[in-house]
Ligand binder design. Structure first.
Ligand code: HEC
Ligand code: HEC
Ligand code: HEC
Ligand code: HEC
Length: 443
């Protein structure tokens, strides 16, 4: 959280009007598609995306490769695997050199099969353009010739990073994991950092190599930050429930896979007493609970669209928490129930307009849930902070929040970021006070 907070807290995000519903087609992730990957060198020519300065008269910036190489942590992700922390993780796991271990390379590089690596492909370049935009084999030609538009590129296999559902699936494939690559509690226990993600916040925290202006909005799918956040939550919950019900991922010997649980239920100093009851969980003290940070957010999203749906998610989340004390089978059955509620939900969220007074409704719902005491667990508080930041930025961009009110809201947001700065010394009462200041700032 600390690295992101400074950047995001003071962010004046350029957010456009809600765009038409994003198409939610099933899309093969770049790592697993049929196209060959040509390598960064192919994208980074000085007349292509490797310009030193942005071009004045071009719709795209053209200096993407420089931004990526100099500022984007994705470019250094392979080098990370050669560092001290990675060496420690690899040694603890007994997997040899992390820079050669598939499990690490799958998320820290563009680890496509050998047969998909063209002449200029270099694995040590890390998470390259094609790891997100897709193997360029079939779209490079028309793309360079400048004859087609974005739709033609997509038809030729470019990954639709502009569409929020597809983007969420792409980012979460590494920032949460899939059945093929997953950071288990064993990998965490060996020293891997906790994974935290929120689609809108992380989109803006990645050093910007694209500019959203009116031209961009004409060419591409664009959704406002609140909607991007909402879709990101729906996709995250779907990924979590898929993992939780996946027999290959949900158990480790006699224990359940601990990565599904709230990390800080187990990991905080014993002197920092902070347990307090939560009605929506209904478990007593001393019991590890499933991490429900994203489920709380989804409940807020769903509640704004349809109050009954929000209530249903809340009831089924409570049932899931209760089932977790009754054993593996009961937990799976409850997770399956919740998963059925997810059917069609991503499309429903994508089809909903989150502009206008919907943004205020989301903010009020977040504040309401916070004041009820739902953000007493660190991860939920972290997610709430990302969410509040996103809504305030979107309200600012739409002109609905300005002047003194905006300044007060941002000060309150800084307070929320401060309260989640350190997960181990996190105090629920400080966070509650931060939510109270957000409330008084926006009223
Ligand atoms: C191929 C896997 C992969 C994909 C796809 C991916 N990331 Fe990442 N991302 C990583 C890894 C690994 C790191 C850590 C890099 C490091 O520090 O070595 C990272 C780091 C980041 C960071 C910096 C986080 C911090 O704490 O400073 C941001 C922001 C980020 N990613 C955003 C995104 C977004 C947004 C997307 C989707 C558009 C995305 N990522 C897609 C693997 C991926
Ligand atoms: C499911 C994808 C995934 C897998 C598998 C994975 N990582 Fe990561 N790793 C990430 C992401 C995402 C981050 C960035 C987390 C953040 O800052 O939010 C990261 C961060 C790290 C960091 C900290 C980087 C920093 O600068 O703080 C190290 C070290 C690391 N990973 C090593 C490894 C090693 C070693 C392996 C193999 C055992 C591995 N990772 C496997 C996704 C993954
Ligand atoms: C971690 C994922 C990720 C990586 C790595 C990445 N991009 Fe992107 N890129 C995005 C996202 C997300 C967007 C915004 C959505 C969109 O416009 O498709 C984007 C947008 C763009 C755009 C569109 C600008 C516009 O106005 O239409 C270009 C061009 C681009 N990237 C080029 C590159 C190049 C070149 C590289 C490598 C040097 C690269 N990207 C690396 C995720 C990534
Ligand atoms: C049910 C309790 C429980 C939960 C939940 C849990 N852990 Fe653990 N964790 C443990 C235990 C037990 C160990 C082993 C401690 C030891 O060997 O000293 C451990 C070890 C670790 C370590 C290594 C600490 C060390 O001393 O090297 C890390 C890092 C870690 N866990 C991270 C996480 C993260 C991140 C999460 C949430 C995604 C999480 N844990 C969830 C119980 C838990």
């Amino acid at each position: 959280m600390d690295k992101l907070s400074g950047f995001v807290a003071g962010l004046g995000v350029a957010v456009g009007l809600a765009f038409s519903a994003a198409t939610a087609q099933a899309q093969t992730l770049p790592q697993f598609s049929d196209s060959s990957h040509l390598g960064v060198q192919t994208c980074a020519g000085s007349t292509c995306h490797g310009a030193v300065q942005p071009w004045p008269n071009s719709s795209v910036l053209q200096n993407e490769a420089v931004t990526w190489a100099k500022h984007d942590p994705h470019a250094g992700a392979y080098d990370t695997l050669g560092g001290e922390r990675a060496k420690r993780i690899a040694a603890n796991l007994g997997i040899g050199d992390a820079q050669q271990a598939k499990i690490c390379l799958d998320c820290h590089t563009n680890n496509v099969p050998q047969s998909k690596r063209a002449k200029n492909f270099v694995l040590s370049d890390g998470i390259t353009c094609e790891a997100c935009h897709g193997g360029a084999e079939n779209w490079l030609g028309t793309h360079i010739a400048g004859v087609g538009g974005h739709a033609d590129n997509l038809a030729a296999g470019m990954y639709p990073t502009d569409q929020p559902v597809a983007r969420a699936k792409l980012c979460l494939s590494c920032h949460y994991g899939t059945k093929d690559k997953f950071v288990t509690h064993r990998i965490m226990g060996a020293g891997h950092p906790r994974l935290s993600f929120e689609l809108d916040t992380y989109t803006f925290a990645q050093p910007a190599h694209f500019r959203v202006d009116s031209d961009y909005r004409q060419r591409k799918t664009w959704t406002n930050g609140v909607k991007t956040w909402a879709i990101g939550q729906a996709v995250a919950v779907q990924e979590i429930l898929t993992a939780l019900t996946d027999p290959g991922r949900n158990q480790d010997g006699i224990f359940p896979e601990l990565v599904f649980f709230d990390c800080h239920a187990c990991h905080h100093p014993m002197s920092n007493l902070r347990w307090q009851p939560r009605e929506s969980v209904g478990l007593g003290p001393g019991i590890p609970r499933l991490n429900d940070g994203n489920l709380i957010m989804l409940r807020v999203v769903a509640g704004v669209i349809d109050a009954d749906l929000g209530a249903k998610i809340e009831a089924q989340t409570l049932a899931l928490h209760q089932a977790s004390t009754k054993g593996h089978e009961a937990t799976l059955a409850a997770a399956d129930e919740l998963k059925r509620t997810m059917d069609g939900l991503i499309q429903k969220v994508s089809g909903h307009g989150f502009g206008g007074d919907q943004m205020e409704r989301v903010l009020n719902a977040l504040i309401g849930v916070g004041l009820e005491g739902e953000f007493v667990d660190y991860i939920a508080a972290e997610q709430a902070t990302y969410a509040i930041g996103t809504v305030i930025a979107a309200l600012e961009a739409s002109g609905r929040l300005k002047g003194d009110a905006l300044a007060r809201a941002n000060t309150a947001l800084d307070g929320a970021y401060k309260a989640v700065e350190n997960d181990e010394s996190f105090k629920p009462s400080d966070y509650l006070a931060a939510i109270e200041s957000v409330r008084s700032a926006v009223q």
